[in-house]
Design a protein around this ligand. Sequence first.
Ligand code: GLY
Length: 350
Amino acid sequence: MNTQDVVLCNNLHADLQHAVQQCPHDKLFILTDENTYVHCLPLIDRPQDAIVLKTGAEDIHKNLETLSDIWLQLSTQGATRHSLLINLGGGMITDLGGFAAATFKRGIQMINVPTTLLAMVDASVGGKTGINFNGLKNEIGVFAPANSVLIDCSFLKSLDHANILSGYAEMLKHGLISNLPHWNELIAFDFDHIDYLHLQKLVGDSVEVKKEIVRQDPHEQGIRKALNLGHTIGHAFESFALERKHPVLHGYAVAWGLVCELYLSHLKTGFPKEKLRTTIHFIKENYGAFPFSCKDYEHLYEFMLHDKKNSNNHEVNFTLLGEVGDIRINQIATKEEIFELLDFYCETMF
Ligand code: GLY
């Protein structure tokens, strides 16, 4: 996989100009959604001849129909294999636009300009692109890194609190899989008085964690599975909530998933009790709790069995930790162990 140029911007205008110059092109397209079209597009200094495309906002639009509409617009507006697409938005836009760019005429150049915290620290970095299909998240997609990723934290100042927290859960995960000083700094962050300069520094550190893991294992054959910490249970919570028509933000589901998977780490791989307590306290304080009862355990377990990270439909595969930074991939848990961690979650969080 190509290496990806990730820039923490102090001057988005200059950095974008430079990134665009690095990608010689005949036509330039900018993909936005209804929100970024209004709130973010005016903040970037776009070339006069740029053609702006707009989709609906939110994950519900990350589908085949929207993708087909983007292909159609690229095609009818004269895009060639030498064109360039800038994806301006959250994870929905960088996933969808990334997939559109990777497949249009077998692949055109693209630049990601993430506008949410989740997209900055996770979705826009590392080359995963795709759409939801047949009721399953990210069911169709390819690995296709953007030529450049430009991260400008000033977009965060207008991001709502819930979406800041949602992205922060992925940062917390990066802290847990990396090292103690980074984790300590993340756990101490004060959301009541957000220091955006400090947040920008933490975003830079977080992106470095992800970049290094992706560098080692771009196609998720091994160590990249570390990035799945919190996601096996988190995805089950997310799917369960969606089915009940009360969707939750991805990062909230990951935070609650971390509670469960760190407990499992404590049981199976010796993750220290004190760090388990500290992390749970931070999550409970900031994210509250996901509501379910013991009547839902079987259903949640079914979701876990169908997670695409499993190698078969009989076992649930986890990434666990022995310590902060001590990653143990490919850990299998029994149904009894999973029910026990759900018990633990209910006792601790409610
Ligand atoms: N979001 C996890 C990964 O990029 O592998």
